[in-house]
Design a protein around this ligand. Structure first.
Ligand SMILES: Cc1ncc(COP(=O)(O)O)c(C=O)c1O
Length: 438
């Protein structure tokens, strides 16, 4: 994708206006709450905006279901982790029903599936992750490896090292099947990577990597937190068997909304999650003395689903399903292309470098720009320019287009303000904040 995909010069606001005028997703913007119309919210990859339908759906649940049905409600709430999972899989994963649960957190689901995969191959002793992976995945896998005395290989793609690190040469933290190949053999039980890297925004080769890992008889577990709702993951086409992700980023389901796990039907009988809770029991309400894993995806569910959280997930993924994930991915590609064009035209002369692949099919809905003063600039964007990005160590500012609530004009305005802020040097005077969150 190059600059000729735009209807005009990308440095002119009129070009962003023209892009909005022909955007098939433009009408969806009005389905979201926009608290401050002047704000450029470019952080939908961290926490998505509130869909208006969610307000009604959650309020109705609280008053009309919980409030009036009380415990009787469980007769129809009981399987909602699966009902919501089927919707989420249909809308964003490209996978059929009976393979997805909306439950728990990404971290817990990651632990569950990583350990299930490792225990399914007891004669194997190696697990592989990358150094640019999200911290929770790295820390959890390190804990599992320590407890089980496994060999942990960390593919060092960003120079940060980590347990068992081996340096691999890749661009923008983007692992390839070729880079992974030297570490794959029949000692490997599990490889885990992100479908979109949380920092660089790089999208690895989902199909090629999955095939390579499966060809040595190991399991491949994808963390799709930054991919779900931004790109067409096509689990069936890519042969993906195991995956986890959150719903609060491009899923717009709210802070701490329940996450999801995906276990392909063909591997469900091979795997048992370590937390074998009562929802996974075949005869759940017999409450007998021994655990017997339920058939199907319920055999992976631990405990009572958060119905209020699930209602937010349902309201939001119904919008995604209506919009169509292929259309969403196209807008993510074009919106990030607009950002890259503005980086090239405006920010490179100010000392910024792009940390995200230029090929649209090698990235998702966000980019990062690198600058030695990134932390201060990100803070000043929020405090002075009313632009919301986020900052990631050591020198990265993340900027996203969330295709349903974000317009191209909002992206353009955000970058225009960023250029002014950097060119004026006004960000130097910004006072640091005491928040733990960046
Ligand atoms: C890639 C990735 N994995 C895991 C998580 C952690 O999610 P949770 O707090 O729901 O466990 C995040 C959070 O942002 C993430 O970006």
């Amino acid at each position: 994708m190059t600059n000729d995909v735009f209807p005009g010069d990308p440095t002119l606001r009129s070009t962003a206006e023209a892009m909005d005028a022909t955007d098939p997703l433009a009408p969806f913007r009005s389905e979201f709450h926009h608290g401050d119309p002047e704000q450029c919210y470019l952080d939908g990859n961290s926490l998505g905006k509130l869909p208006l339908a969610t307000i009604e759906s959650v309020a109705n649940f609280v008053t009309q279901e919980w409030g009036s049905e009380l415990v009787g409600g469980w007769s129809h709430w009981i399987d909602e982790a699966q009902v919501a999972g089927d919707l989420l899989a249909r809308a964003t994963l490209g996978a059929g029903p009976g393979q997805t649960l909306v439950c728990d957190t990404t971290s817990v689901n990651f632990y569950q599936l990583a350990l299930a995969a490792i225990e399914a191959l007891p004669e194997r002793s190696t697990v592989i992750i990358d150094s640019a992976n999200f911290p929770t995945d790295r820390y959890i896998l390190e804990g599992i490896a320590r407890a089980r005395d496994l060999k942990l290989i960390t593919l060092d793609t960003d120079g940060s090292g980590g347990p068992g690190s081996v340096r691999v040469q890749v661009q923008n933290e983007r692992v390839t099947a070729e880079a992974l190949a030297p570490y794959l053999d029949d000692s490997v039980a599990l490889v885990t990577l992100q479908a979109i890297n949380y920092r660089s925004g790089a999208r690895p080769e989902l199909k090629e990597i999955t095939e390579a890992v499966k060809s040595v008889g190991a399991y491949m577990l994808w963390d799709c937190s930054h991919a779900g709702g931004a790109i067409d993951l096509d689990f069936d086409g890519n042969g993906i068997d195991l995956a986890v992700g959150c719903t609060y980023k491009y899923g717009n389901s709210g802070p701490g909304s329940p996450a999801w796990m995906f276990v392909r039907q063909s591997v469900q009988d091979q795997l048992r999650v370590p937390i074998q809770g009562w929802f996974a029991q075949e005869d759940q309400f017999v409450m007998g003395p021994y655990f017997e894993k339920a058939q199907g995806i319920r055999g992976f569910q631990t405990a009572s689903p958060s119905i209020v959280g699930i209602r937010a997930v349902q309201a939001s993924y119904e919008i995604i399903e209506r919009a169509g994930i292929a259309t969403i991915e196209r807008k993510a590609a074009l919106g990030t292309q607009l950002m890259i064009a503005l980086v090239d035209a405006w920010l490179t002369p100010l000392g910024v470098t792009l940390g995200t692949p230029r090929e649209a099919d090698h990235r998702g809905g966000h980019i990062i720009i690198r600058h030695p003063d990134a932390e201060k600039i990100a803070l000043a964007l929020r405090k002075i320019a009313n632009v919301i990005p986020d900052y990631r160590q050591p020198d990265a500012i993340r900027l996203a287009i969330s295709p349903l609530p974000t317009s191209y004009q909002e992206v353009w305005d955000g970058f225009d303000r960023l250029r002014d802020l950097m060119a004026s040097g006004d960000y130097h005077g910004v006072e640091p904040e005491s928040s733990r969150v960046t």
